[in-house]
Design a protein around this ligand. Structure first.
Ligand SMILES: NC(=O)c1ccc[n+]([C@@H]2O[C@H](COP(=O)([O-])OP(=O)(O)OC[C@H]3O[C@@H](n4cnc5c(N)ncnc54)[C@H](O)[C@@H]3O)[C@@H](O)[C@H]2O)c1
Length: 437
């Protein structure tokens, strides 16, 4: 592993930053830049093009005004960032969260470029978001917000330009509104403009669970390589939404014990393992794990030091930092979330002998089935769930095997290995296309 150090100041001086970023608060984009620094020595002659990866191709910032139910006019900040489109149209989710920032959306869009290249689906990387707490909106306000945002970014998205999908706090209903708004504006039903749609609207079977299923699939592969048995393994999961909830269920079905969970409503612990189906039902009903009867409350900080074999961060970025990485007991960290581990924490975990299965491969199952959805929409021919799951598992296992081999060959972390595979593909495409004009 390279020794690149990562204080915000040193990252800022090591790179020519765009004027629209605050060098003293680089946020997740600063973490991404350090990851690019770590891969650069392995890019050979393609390193000539590496600056391409450090500048998003296109950023659109939009004002999203809506009329609230009480008659007031509220304005929200919205973004769509297309990081790279060398290998195909932009692809990446839309996040509704009160803490969304440009730096965050930029980093998420860049991780999408890397992820899409890592599993070799024909997409570039993009991401979007609105700075809003959707829990404070009525359904009507949420629909107006989604439609106005879609209309504002409509000038750069499209089935062959950039295809949004769900992310934190967005779901099939929001994708249905996005698809409808875009379709109304272009005058035809354009199902391929977003993925993660309800199945009755051109969505794909298996898409809801795809990210969690991918986390499980490559997690099992990684565990196998370090001699860790899934049956009886102790699991801690942060985030019990789409990704964390599905991954926890699949690991529990394979005989693992989910001993600790944390979400925005609190942390829970049960030494013998939580009843995962009961907890999923509780979250569906109440919106969070807090208040679940079948477990003890756990202090939020204590969650990170829980005695476990596998830790799955599946909430937000920058959760495993230099402050808590030293406490982690797990032998394997599987990143369901995007960007949960800072580069400093990565080094601490590496020194402790913890294997980190990085986001850019671990959570690529979602975009893989999104790719299937897009292909099915274009051909208007829909596949069975078994066929989708089998293709997903094959792509994930093949990608993991290739990355594992590169990691062994260069004696680098799985993150750097994934970046080597992916950035080589992206920059090779860039070089072959050449610069226009
Ligand atoms: N949904 C997908 O297909 C997909 C694909 C790839 C990556 N991801 C990534 O996975 C992560 C989770 O996404 P999701 O789709 O499951 O979202 P989600 O909205 O379904 O769930 C998010 C979870 O995070 C928890 N959370 C939020 N703030 C928290 C906090 N401060 N502390 C602890 N927990 C907190 C929420 O309570 C919830 O359980 C995100 O990083 C997302 O980018 C999602």
């Amino acid at each position: 592993m390279s020794n690149t150090t990562g204080t915000p100041g040193s990252i800022a001086t090591a790179h020519t930053l765009p004027s629209y970023l605050d060098a003293s608060h680089l946020g997740p984009w600063g973490n991404y830049l350090q990851q690019v620094d770590r891969v650069t020595p392995y890019l050979g002659s393609l390193a000539r093009w590496v600056e391409t990866l450090k500048r998003p191709k296109r950023i659109l910032i939009v004002d999203v005004p809506i009329e609230m139910d009480n008659g007031a006019i509220a304005h929200f900040e919205g973004y769509r960032v297309q990081h790279n489109t060398s290998r195909g149209p932009g692809k990446g989710g839309v996040r509704f969260h009160q803490d969304v920032t440009l730096s965050e959306v930029m980093a998420l869009s860049a991780w999408m470029s890397v992820k899409n290249a890592a599993v070799n689906v024909p997409y570039g990387g993009a991401k979007g978001g609105i700075r809003v707490d959707p829990r404070k909106l009525s359904m009507g306000e949420l629909e107006r917000l989604t439609r106005r945002y879609t209309s504002e970014i409509g000038i750069i998205i499209g089935p062959s330009k950039d295809i949004p999908a769900p992310d934190v706090n967005t779901n099939g209903q929001i994708m249905a509104w996005m698809m409808d708004t875009y379709s109304m504006n272009v005058g035809e039903t354009a199902t391929g403009v977003v993925t993660g749609k309800p199945v009755d609207l051109g969505g794909s079977l298996g898409r809801n669970e795809a990210t969690g299923r991918g986390v499980y699939t490559v997690g099992v592969e990684a565990a196998h390589h370090i001699g860790l048995k899934i049956e009886g393994a102790r699991l801690a999961v942060q985030g019990f939404g789409n990704v964390g909830g599905t991954a926890a269920r699949l690991f529990a079905e394979a005989g693992a014990h989910v001993v600790a969970v944390q979400d925005h409503t609190g942390s829970l612990y049960r030494d013998g393992g939580l009843d995962v189906p009961a907890l999923l039902a509780h979250v569906k009903e109440t919106g969070g794990v807090g208040g679940f009867a079948g477990a003890d409350r756990l202090d939020n900080d204590a969650f990170w030091g829980v005695d476990c074999d596998i830790l799955i961060p599946a909430a937000l970025e920058t959760q495993i930092t230099a402050t808590n990485a030293g406490k982690i007991q797990a032998r394997l960290v599987i990143e369901g979330a995007n960007g949960p581990t800072t580069p400093e924490a990565d080094d601490i975990l590496h020194d402790k002998g913890v294997l980190v299965l990085p986001d850019v491969i671990a959570n690529a199952g979602g975009v893989t089935v999104s790719y299937f959805e897009w292909v099915q929409d274009f051909s208007s021919f829909f596949w069975s769930e078994d066929e989708i799951n089998a293709r997903l598992v094959r792509i994930m296992k093949d990608a993991f095997a290739g990355i594992w081999q590169v990691a062994q060959e260069h004696k680098v972390s799985l993150r750097t290995a994934t970046f080597i595979v992916a950035c080589t593909r992206i920059l090779h495409a860039r070089e072959m296309r050449g610069l226009y004009p």
